[in-house]
Design a protein around this ligand. Structure first.
Ligand code: BGC
Length: 760
């Protein structure tokens, strides 16, 4: 029996008890309908027809059951009709281990160890939309193989403050970069009949008071900075699901928020997918019914604990909803809309007649993770061409906890049970088989490694004190050809982790002391590898030979890093965020801005904190450029082992109309001796405008791969979306006439050429 025949047969058999039809007719995929099947089972019919047919056969209770969870990560289907359950999984860096029905703890399966992919900051740093597609396809295949219908990711919240513990799950500070990268990720995931659930919608830019922060932001900032990546995911990526965030906006929780969900997402953007609550993000039945939520997950019901069995009937959209319906206090219009959306999700995923089979932990998945990781690493400094490490290196000293610490476990809901994880130290050992690779701990960070019952099993205990650790590392550094310090943050609380923000901008655990000491002994041959999902303070930056911004790179972490250190891969990553000299250089300066202040509000028994985004649109490089503050490393910055020469940028026309478009072209040449890739960036400056605008804004980029001596013409298109600002009064994007400048740059601070054009 073919796969498709089996699907129809199984579904038909389930329905046979209540309906009479033949289950022996030939199954069909998408060619011609089968009159013997009820429409909802006939995959050749349009989804809208299948949805309406299923809906017409369902009871009210069955519809309500679609709208809330039945376990930690699943919701019921319609068993009587053979409509399957919906299974969700985190997301966004790999397929989470199976958990117990009612608990967060892992279920102890032995077949659920996944490929851990690089964190989304790394993907963003690659500035390569095709890698985002590869990422989406790969993780989607793994989700499909594991029987999941919804992947809880990607995350596209904007990096507003470097203290946000979850920035590693997002794509940096710029709306254009995140928008460009999220679209192919979503499309890649969904090509496997798995829904991408884009999160956390919206304004969820910190972990402190994450359930109770009410964001106060003006419309222009909302539309220009915080919404574009979600909009792109929905309108260009065609996302089938979106996750409401924990926080509040306009004094309403975002999982049931009239403005964000009904007015903007479903109204202005025409979203036809499901809104899924963040886990435990629902607080009120009435708002959950009316304000745009479709599926409630993870609620900690009235007085019941997080692990209580069968608490699901008490969910806001379960028995309390049924009661209101039975009493006639609410009608069925909202319920039908929710049920339609959930059915649409099911017909797009689990009951898609062309449903794929998926693949799990294949060599191709490992290769994808390794490639994405290496392409995301950013070379920040390389004095005297210290890197790449020469193949005949004699002694390589590796120092630092992050050289050995497994990072796929921890950090919150994105924690993974990875099939394997290559540590940086192992990666370096593998890449330099003839070198003497010596390891020294250097500092003790967090020796633990456990999350919801998944343990790294590593013993990172250490008896030496901080002074001895530094002395031992320095002693080994004296005769080393290369000293590679591998440190940064980790996935423990108050580092890069969900649930709590960072408490300091500088490196924790006394790492600055270790780096200073090593630089005194071996400055010019010292490479600092910073592993983090956030900008960190680097007061020692001009005392070391080289700096690499590395990320949480997952299963292939060590190989990706070693590929760059050895020169097998020429680094081409560019920073997706600004690294300031000091945290206080950035735009967030008052408690009203972060972490917010209590103005005496109290909703549903929760004290609410107001947080005002008074910096407005001036986030990241927009702030630094406006205030003329020089960052340590600017947005879009990253070096290569080769050099590039830019020619003069040219325009396809001197002016455009408001509905037209034009193309900027610029020749770029690899003038060095090794192949390499350059991210050519296009920023737009509005010369005169009726409103205050950033000095310039990223509006295009293209990554170009060049052999030594090779030259290519890079083209980037501009249309009115690149020139417009959001006018809050008319509630419209406005493109004003006048002169604009197209700036071609290799980073936000390194302009290579510019050309003016007029908008008529
Ligand atoms: C997180 C989500 C996650 C969900 C399920 C929540 O706490 O905020 O990102 O998908 O848990 O694990």
């Amino acid at each position: 029996m073919t796969r498709n025949r089996l699907f129809l047969f199984a579904a038909a058999s389930l329905v046979a008890g209540i309906m009479v039809f033949s289950c022996t007719s030939s199954p069909r995929k998408t060619t011609g309908s089968d009159p013997s099947l009820p429409a909802y089972l006939d995959g050749s019919r349009p989804i809208s027809e299948r949805v309406e047919n299923a809906l017409s056969l369902m009871t009210t209770d069955e519809k309500v059951a679609l709208t809330h969870a039945q376990s930690k990560f699943s919701s019921a289907g319609v068993p009587r009709l053979g409509i399957p359950m919906v299974w969700c999984t985190d997301g966004p860096h790999g397929i989470r281990t199976e958990v117990l029905w009612d608990e967060w703890d892992q279920a102890g399966w032995t077949c659920d160890s996944c490929t851990a992919y690089p964190a989304l900051t790394a993907l963003a740093a690659s500035w390569d939309p095709e890698l985002a597609r590869l990422y989406g396809v790969s993780i989607g295949e793994e989700a499909r193989y594991r029987g999941k219908d919804v992947l809880l990711g990607p995350g596209v919240n904007i990096l507003r403050t470097p203290l946000n513990g979850r920035n590693f799950e997002y794509m940096g500070e710029d709306p254009f970069l995140s928008s460009t990268m999220v679209v192919p990720y979503v499309q890649g995931v969904q090509s496997n009949n798995v829904a991408a659930c884009v999160k956390h919608f919206a304004l969820n830019n910190q972990e402190t008071n994450r359930f109770t922060t009410n964001v106060i932001v003006d419309d222009r900032t909302l539309y220009e900075i915080y919404l574009p990546a979600f909009k792109a995911a929905v309108q260009q990526g065609g996302a089938w699901a979106i996750m409401g965030s924990y926080n509040l906006y306009k004094d309403q929780w975002n999982c049931h928020n009239q403005y964000l969900l009904n007015d903007i997402l479903k109204g202005e953007w025409g979203f036809d997918g499901v809104v899924i609550s963040d886990w435990g993000g629902v607080h009120n039945t009435d708002q959950a019914i009316h304000n745009g939520l479709d599926m409630e997950y993870g609620s900690w019901t009235n007085g019941l604990t997080m692990g209580k069995t069968n608490a699901y009937d008490s969910y806001f959209l379960a028995d309390p909803y049924k009661k209101l319906l039975a009493e006639g206090k609410v009608g069925t219009e909202e319920l039908d809309d929710k049920a339609r959306r959930v059915l649409r999700l099911i017909f797009r995923t689990g009951m898609n007649p062309d449903r794929k089979f998926g693949k799990f932990t294949s060599p191709e998945h490992s290769a994808a993770a390794r490639k994405i990781g290496a392409e995301g690493i950013v070379l920040l400094r390389n004095e005297g061409g210290l890197l790449p490490i020469k193949a005949d290196a004699g002694k390589i000293l590796v120092v630092g906890e992050n050289a050995v610490k497994m990072m796929t476990v921890g950090g919150g809901s994105s924690s993974l049970k990875a099939k394997y994880e290559i540590s940086p130290l192992d990666g370096i050992r593998g890449a330099f088989p003839s070198a003497k690779v010596v390891y020294e701990r250097g500092y003790v960070g967090d020796a633990s490694g456990e999350y919801n019952g998944v343990s790294t099993g590593q013993d990172l205990s250490e008896k030496r004190d901080a002074k001895t650790l530094i002395a031992d590392a320095c002693a080994q550094a004296k005769d080393a050809d290369y000293v590679i310090f591998i440190g940064g943050l980790n996935k423990s609380d108050h580092q890069d982790a969900e649930g709590a923000d960072r408490t300091q901008f500088g490196l924790p655990y006394g790492q600055d002391d270790v780096i200073e000491a090593l630089s005194a002994v071996a400055g010019s041959k010292l490479v600092v590898v910073n592993i983090s999902g956030n900008p960190v303070g680097m007061p020692w930056s001009d005392k070391v030979g080289a700096i690499l911004q590395d990320w949480y790179l997952g299963s292939e972490a060590g190989n990706s890093l070693a590929d760059v250190l050895s020169g097998k891969v020429n680094p081409s990553g560019k920073l997706p965020f600004t690294i300031p000299v000091e945290l206080s250089d950035g735009p967030i300066r008052t408690p009203e801005q972060f972490p917010g202040v209590n103005n005496g509000k109290n909703y549903e028994g929760y004290p609410i904190t107001d947080e005002t985004y008074s910096e407005g649109i001036y986030v990241g490089y927009r702030w630094f450029e406006k205030k003329e503050i020089k960052p340590l490393f600017p947005f879009g910055y990253g070096l290569s082992y080769t050099t590039f020469e830019y020619g003069e940028p040219k325009l396809s026309a001197k002016s455009i109309t408001k509905n037209g478009h034009l193309t900027v072209t610029v020749p770029v040449k690899n003038t060095g001796s090794v192949p390499g890739a350059e991210v050519v960036q296009l920023y737009i400056k509005d010369k005169e405008c009726s409103v205050d605008r950033p000095v310039k804004e990223l509006k295009g980029f293209s990554k170009v791969y060049l052999q030594p001596g090779q030259s290519k013409e890079v083209s980037i298109d501009i249309d009115s979306s690149a020139l417009s600002f959001f006018d809050a009064t008319s509630h419209k994007w406005v493109c004003e006439s006048g002169t604009f400048t197209a700036v071609i740059a290799s980073s936000s601070a390194d302009e290579k050429g510019s050309v003016d054009f007029d908008v008529k």
